[in-house]
Design a protein around this ligand. Structure first.
Ligand SMILES: Nc1ncnc2c1ncn2[C@@H]1O[C@H](COP(=O)(O)OP(=O)(O)OP(=O)(O)O)[C@@H](O)[C@H]1O
Ligand SMILES: [Mg+2]
Length: 239
């Protein structure tokens, strides 16, 4: 881990990184066996750029980013985002904080089946109290940017795997959240579609100057990274 604070925020007179994990562990009990999915991880991330979380299957990548996004509570340790310790927030505060700060695409994203692609992409804005017509108009522009104009009125079951990933990406980054977290955005895609997603990630991150945290083993995305964090058996092995 680098010793200097990379990019930092200045809040309440103290320099703090955008994301700071302090000795975080997550243990699961399966019968009598205990699995340490995350094992004593201390990590700080800058306020902007593309950070890749890499490592073999089962290493703890998804668990780590779910903890950063406040979707999973660590067994021990603290998770600071902009200086706020997520582990100390109540359910309501955490939900509010997550809605304002994060865009999160899970490993297996699920669009809402009875809504159109346009409505699906607009949903996060509506949850943030953006008026419906305005949300739809912003979503339409973004869908055009991800090259899916002709799919706008389709339902999720009527689009291909590559298109589904692009729609999920658009849904995650709409409204330019300060922290975008993408779990395996190209896992099931061919090289052409993977490259398209990698280019989109690069373009949208540059545009918003926000922090993108991406789990992947895909070289087309890794080569765009400002930093690669490698994880193995729940521990960080290099940054
Ligand atoms: N809910 C759970 N209950 C029990 N064990 C879990 C749970 N979630 C994850 N694990 C275990 O924690 C470890 C890390 O899982 P995780 O999903 O974070 O890995 P990953 O690096 O994302 O793997 P992949 O590349 O296959 O997605 C694995 O051994 C997994 O079996
Ligand atoms: Mg995973």
């Amino acid at each position: 881990m680098s010793s200097a604070l990379p990019h930092t925020n200045f809040i309440w007179g103290a320099l703090i990184p955008e994301v700071y994990l302090d000795k975080v562990s997550k243990k699961y009990r399966i019968g009598r066996r205990e699995v340490a999915a995350i094992d004593g991880v201390t990590l700080q991330l800058p306020e902007s750029g593309i950070v890749i979380i890499s490592g073999p299957s089962g290493a703890g990548k998804s668990t780590l980013i779910r903890i950063i996004a406040g979707l999973e509570t660590p067994t021990s340790g603290s998770v600071y985002v902009e200086g706020v310790d997520l582990t100390r927030l109540g359910a309501y505060e955490l939900a509010w904080f997550r809605r304002k700060k994060f865009g999160f695409k899970p490993q297996d994203p699920k669009l809402i089946p009875h809504l159109t692609i346009l409505e699906n992409v607009a949903v996060p804005l509506m949850f943030n109290f953006v008026e419906r017509e305005r949300a739809l108009s912003i979503a339409k522009k973004l869908i055009e940017e991800v090259n899916l104009r002709e799919r706008i009125d389709h339902k999720p079951e009527e689009i291909s795997g590559g298109e589904y990933e692009r729609v999920s990406l658009a849904q995650t980054i709409i409204g330019s959240p300060p922290i975008v977290i993408l779990d395996e955005p190209t896992a099931h895609l061919d090289p052409d579609n993977s490259k398209r997603i990698a280019d989109l990630i690069k373009m949208k991150q540059k545009e918003s100057n926000s922090l993108y945290i991406v789990t992947t083993l895909d070289y087309s995305i890794i080569q765009e990274a400002d930093r690669v964090v490698s994880i193995y058996k729940g521990k960080i092995i290099e940054c």
